[in-house]
Design a binder for this molecule. Structure first.
Ligand code: SF4
Length: 177
């Protein structure tokens, strides 16, 4: 399972990189810009576990960013778990498109982009393949999670509390004979 989530992130990165190159003229995303690092993000357990496995130092010895922005934002407004960040963070900034059902039951396409990356050809006029389609990777993530007993989602901020609680419990566990 852990290799599969890493592979899912890797494959998404590959596609994101290609799209980002195509839009390099308009994307202002970079270190220190944390406009999209909002508080309250939740992820499936399969993604939360990648963070828990690989980011113990941050979780156990650093303080979460104060409420209002993502708990993993660091003092320089950097992502402290960048390599292991969830899928949703990997596509931010790109022109996004997704399908929604209208009240009359038809599927309609919606598009959006970070306001900081707005300048450039109108996103409504971009060819479909020049937008990141929300849906397929989310389905793959849901499939990985669905092998578990539940489709639990975990708040990113809660990982600090869980980790501190685990450390506390370990401290108080009686040594085994
Ligand atoms: S995990 Fe990293 S990239 Fe994602 S919202 Fe938090 S700080 Fe931003």
């Amino acid at each position: 399972m852990c290799d599969e989530i890493v592979e899912l992130h890797r494959a998404a990165d590959e596609d994101v990189d290609q799209l980002a190159k195509r839009h390099s003229g308009r994307l202002l995303c970079g270190l220190g810009c944390a406009q999209c690092c909002v508080d309250g993000l939740t992820v499936f357990e399969v993604e939360a576990e990648r963070i828990q496995r690989n980011c113990r130092e941050v979780l156990e010895s650093k303080e979460p960013h104060p409420p209002g922005q993502c708990a993993f934002l660091g003092p320089e407004r950097e992502c402290r778990i960048y390599e292991h960040r969830p899928y949703v963070c990997r596509t931010q900034g790109l022109p996004l498109r997704w399908l929604e059902e209208s009240p009359s039951g038809n599927l309609i396409e919606l598009r959006d982009i970070c306001p900081l990356n707005e300048e450039g050809p109108p996103i409504e006029e971009l060819p479909t393949e020049d937008c990141w389609t929300i849906g397929p990777v989310e389905q793959q993530l849901a499939q990985l999670q669905s092998r578990r007993e539940s489709m639990n989602r975990v708040a990113l901020r809660s990982l600090f509390r869980i980790s501190h609680q685990d450390a506390k419990n370990a401290k108080h566990e009686k040594p085994k004979d």
